[in-house]
Design a protein around this ligand. Structure first.
Ligand code: 3MF
Ligand code: MG
Length: 343
């Protein structure tokens, strides 16, 4: 019996290409990815607008909707549900200067119109979650943009989507850097603060990715509890990250087991998932993996989550409460480490 319902994106099965080298594995067709992900144990699929409909820029209206309907059937046949649609606002030529915060109004309009397509796809697929990873909304050159105006543009774009469809909710996925140097919405705190500036704060929440918190020098479990305290933790991307480097998307728990344990512990403690939220992964296979072994980062991450669920459940809470009372946190530290080491 699994403890959570799990989700993953098709981009988590990839060719191993990186900024320094070409693909080392074959491109896997979308339908094969779906079948394989289902087999590994996933319940839901995370989709960018163009994962759902390749070349999404070329379609609109009834054609766009009928393509979305076909995908809905395809997902149903495999037994996966869609978790969210995310407009991919960082690959198109027109998003070079950011999307919602580009200096040109024409380009900002492109970003908004493209986002509406994500809303339409989501509606056809039957999910009301729109994820915004604000990839290029930030700066390299501080003087190139006004930070106050950038926030106004972001609010304007989010309000535009909230207005266009009263059922959708928006999950902001904060990240402090990469591809930009300095993001306008670098942390969960910024994302939550932004939510309260919008016209429907009850429909704007966050998706916390472990590596993104770590890149901001923050603890992912703390970001999760902060969002939980606002009733706004609507998605997670579990993975791992070794220090303040590029976004590594390592398998969950592979770098810092105690940090991973605490993410699982807080999710369990606060009944994450009971309102339909998924435990999502965002992990990359190492470039050294051969084609047929380039799925282990996924199955291993699920394995580690479930192992840590067992660890969280078998933690003797009376011992924890006792140490909280006598404030013997050195002993608490030892108890936890001993528990994680096992017998
Ligand atoms: C980048 C990310 C993104 C988002 C994705 C869905 C490509 O670091 O984490 O992955 O997760 O766009 O929102
Ligand atoms: Mg992510």
């Amino acid at each position: 019996m699994k403890s959570f319902r799990y989700s993953v994106g098709p981009w988590n099965i990839h060719t191993g290409m990186d900024p320094f080298g070409p693909p080392v594995r074959k491109e896997v067709p979308f339908e094969h990815k779906l079948a394989r992900l289902k087999e590994i144990g996933f319940d839901a699929i995370q989709l960018h607008d163009d994962d759902a409909i390749p070349n999404v820029n070329d379609f609109e209206g009834s054609v766009l909707r009928s393509k979305a309907k076909e995908l809905k059937q395809q997902l149903r046949n495999v037994g996966l549900v869609p978790e969210f649609i995310a407009p991919r606002l960082w690959e198109d030529e027109r998003t070079r200067d950011g999307a919602y915060t580009a200096n040109s109004q024409q380009l900002r309009n492109y970003a908004k119109e493209r986002s509406l397509k994500a809303l339409e796809i989501a509606e056809e697929l039957g999910t009301n979650n729109i994820v915004l990873w604000l990839a290029r909304e930030g700066t390299f050159v501080p003087e190139s943009k006004c930070g106050v105006r950038a926030v106004e543009y972001l609010v304007e774009a989010i309000n535009y989507m909230l207005e266009a469809n009263k059922n959708i909710r928006i999950l902001i996925e904060p990240k402090p850097n990469e591809p930009v140097d300095k993001s306008f919405i670098p942390t969960a705190g910024h994302a939550l603060a932004l939510s309260y500036l919008t016209s429907a704060p009850d429909r704007v929440g966050v998706l916390i990715e472990s590596a993104h918190s770590l890149l901001a020098g923050l603890d992912p479990a703390d970001d999760m509890t902060f969002a939980l305290a606002h009733n706004k933790l609507w998605g997670v991307h579990l993975n791992d990250q070794n220090g303040l480097k590029f976004d590594q998307d390592r398998s969950f728990g592979s770098v810092n087991l105690r940090q991973a344990f605490n993410q699982v512990r807080v999710l369990l403690d606060h009944q994450y998932g009971q309102e339909g939220q998924f435990v999502g992964l965002d992990v990359k296979a190492l470039r050294t993996q051969n084609d047929d072994l380039a799925y282990k980062h996924l199955s291993n991450s699920l394995f580690v989550v479930e192992r840590l669920v067992q660890k969280a459940k078998s933690l003797q809470t009376e011992h924890i409460s006792a140490r909280q009372e006598d404030t013997d946190y050195e002993e608490l530290d030892r108890l936890i480490v001993d528990h994680l080491l096992g017998s």
